[in-house]
Design a protein around this ligand. Structure first.
Ligand code: MCA
Ligand code: AMP
Length: 506
């Protein structure tokens, strides 16, 4: 009997590496990584991880700046069968402490300047390493000297490849467990439906600690053996400079509004581009229209979430309709349902549910939460409000859960409210998202002081500094004597959103 096929995502990706000696994988700010270099490098980093006590199935947390070495570390984790947990570099000490306690990783890799701080909070048994060349505990340096690991670890489709933390409505983040099967099926589907082709070059300016930049962008480019122009952060001017060398760009809507606002952005700058993709937050139809007017190209909008990767996409060849997120991916089924999971008539609003090979394996150590969001037949309840037309085309029209999406980052109001309510002199607060020209939505807080206490907006802002990641901190704080409540005592956030609607946008 031949051994079963190795379902390790890394093995799939490696099988697509181009043979050409000079095939470039990453063109990054410090140089170039060739495809031919990846396997040996990942095998060496894997050996260092193993030396640090990591076995297949063990967790490895990464809180590292975007770099070629960080990508190789991610690939090394996959290759050796470790479960990678990417963490936003903006997370504060307290936020990281929660993830470490929850995930119980064998290793944390972090920025050298945070090594001491994070070593202080890492649970016993978690080794704390850095990636940079020189420092103590540098994985990269140890990898230079290590004897490489053997072949990629054998994994089944159901083995975990990654855990992605996504904030929860209760304020506690949940770790979405993604399997090799989830990631492989999604990457192959996107590679196919977006018509990746020979000669494609991806311009990559997204962060690599989320599904969008790490999985959607990098997996598809690697499956295609494509070159990736790797920019450490999004800067409209620098992106425009390289558009002429690329064919595909993936971004959040803020990328597109910032490009359109840049004086050097033009039809000529985009002439060689084949595909602009948007996701993570709603793309305004106005942005779609302006983009088409300036460039002649129609942005392809898709929709997904950490629990699934991508779920729907506008078609590559058919009509890309602004304000819609297109059709279910191949092998994925979607339905717009009522609260019992029964499909609603086409054209009516309900909660979007889906099933398919991309449905995650549940929330890490939270079986009740998993059960609460999953139907018994395996359909996942997204919490996004949607309508579907007669053809099956989906539009996201709102959110059933209380969530703000600021520049593509999700902020759960509950978490911010809990932090504000803990500040001295604060009685209660309501955190809302308000329209923002650049970020789509911006976080704002409405705060009520305790009777007799004097609390100013600046006190609230100062109190949150260092406690919550910067992108979660309100951009504006409004003080009120009381929060509007309905007869059930529930805060009427819709009234607050109306009242402060123009705080950030003209
Ligand atoms: C940075 N800041 C932000 C944000 N980003 N504040 C609110 N919302 C944000 N998104 C803070 C910075 O810390 C800084 O703080 C200040 O705002 C100004 O930063 P600025 O220079 O304007 O920001 P930037 O560095 O240019 O970043 C904006 C950005 C970035 C390019 C939109 O946030 C970004 O790359 N977003 C992409 C997020 C993403 O990949 N999401 C995918 C999630 P200070 O004032 O203190 O200096 S995956 C997902 O959602 C699903 C699966 C999906 O469908 O993809
Ligand atoms: P995350 O929890 O970070 O994985 O973010 C997933 C959420 O982002 C989804 O549940 C949606 O609310 C939102 N989202 C992603 N893509 C889109 C899109 N194209 N349009 C509207 N919302 C989106």
């Amino acid at each position: 009997m031949p051994p079963p096929i190795n379902r390790n995502l890394y093995a799939l990706i490696r099988s697509r590496f181009p043979d050409r000696e000079d095939a470039v994988f990453l063109e990054h700010e410090g140089g170039v990584v060739f495809y031919r270099e990846i396997d040996a490098r990942a095998a060496r980093i894997g050996a260092v991880l193993r030396g640090a006590g990591v076995s297949p199935g063990d967790r490895v947390c990464l809180q590292v700046e975007k770099s070629a070495e960080a990508v190789l570390l991610y690939l090394a984790c996959l290759r050796m069968g470790a479960v990678c947990i990417p963490l936003n570099v903006a997370y504060t000490r307290d936020e990281v402490a929660y993830f470490l306690a929850d995930a119980g990783p064998r290793v944390l890799v972090c920025a050298p300047e945070r090594q001491e701080e994070l070593a202080g909070i890492a649970p016993r048994g978690t080794g704390v390493f850095t990636l940079d060349g020189a420092g103590k505990g540098s994985l990269a340096r140890a990898a230079d000297l290590a004897a490489p690991e053997g072949e990629p670890a054998r994994r089944t489709s159901d083995d975990l490849a990654a855990i992605v933390y996504t904030s929860g409505t209760t304020g506690r983040s949940k770790g979405a467990m993604l399997t090799h099967g989830n990631l492989s099926s999604n990457a192959l589907a996107l590679w196919r439906i977006w018509h990746w082709q020979q000669g494609d070059v991806l311009l990559h300016a997204l962060p690599i600690f989320h599904v969008h930049g790490l999985f959607v962008a990098l997996h598809t480019a690697m499956l295609n053996g494509s070159k990736v122009i790797f920019q450490n952060r999004f800067d409209a001017g620098r992106v425009i400079e390289r558009l002429g060398d690329a064919t595909v760009l993936m971004g959040v809507p803020t990328f597109y509004t910032r490009l359109l606002d840049h004086p050097k952005f033009s039809r000529e700058a985009c002439a060689g581009m084949r595909l602009f993709i948007s996701g993570s937050a709603p793309l305004l139809p106005e942005t779609f229209a302006r983009f088409e007017q300036v460039t002649g190209q129609r942005i392809l909008e898709r929709y997904g979430m950490s629990e699934a990767g991508m779920i729907t996409s506008n078609p590559y060849e058919g009509e890309r309709v602004p304000g819609t997120v297109g059709f279910a991916l191949p092998d994925v089924q979607v339905r717009v349902a009522d609260e019992h999971g029964r499909e609603r008539p086409r054209g009516e609003v309900g909660v979007l549910e889906f099933t398919g090979p991309n449905v995650f394996a549940g929330y890490w150590k939270m079986p009740e939460k998993t059960a609460a969001e999953m139907r018994p037949d395996g359909w996942f309840i997204t919490g996004d409000l949607a309508v579907m037309d007669g053809e099956g085309r989906v539009s996201i029209v709102g959110r059933a859960r209380d969530l703000v999406i600021s520049g593509g980052y999700n902020v759960y109001p509950r978490e911010v409210e809990e932090a504000i309510d803990a500040l001295p002199g604060v009685l209660e607060s309501a955190v809302i998202g308000l329209p923002h020209d650049d970020l789509g939505e911006a976080v704002a807080a409405v705060v009520v002081a305790r009777s007799g206490a004097s609390v100013a907006p600046d006190d609230v802002l100062a109190g949150l500094r260092g406690r919550l990641a910067r992108y979660k901190q309100p951009r504006r704080v409004f003080m009120l004597d009381a929060l509007p409540r309905n007869t059930m005592g529930k805060v009427q956030k819709n009234l607050l959103r109306e009242r402060f609607a123009r705080a950030f946008s003209g």
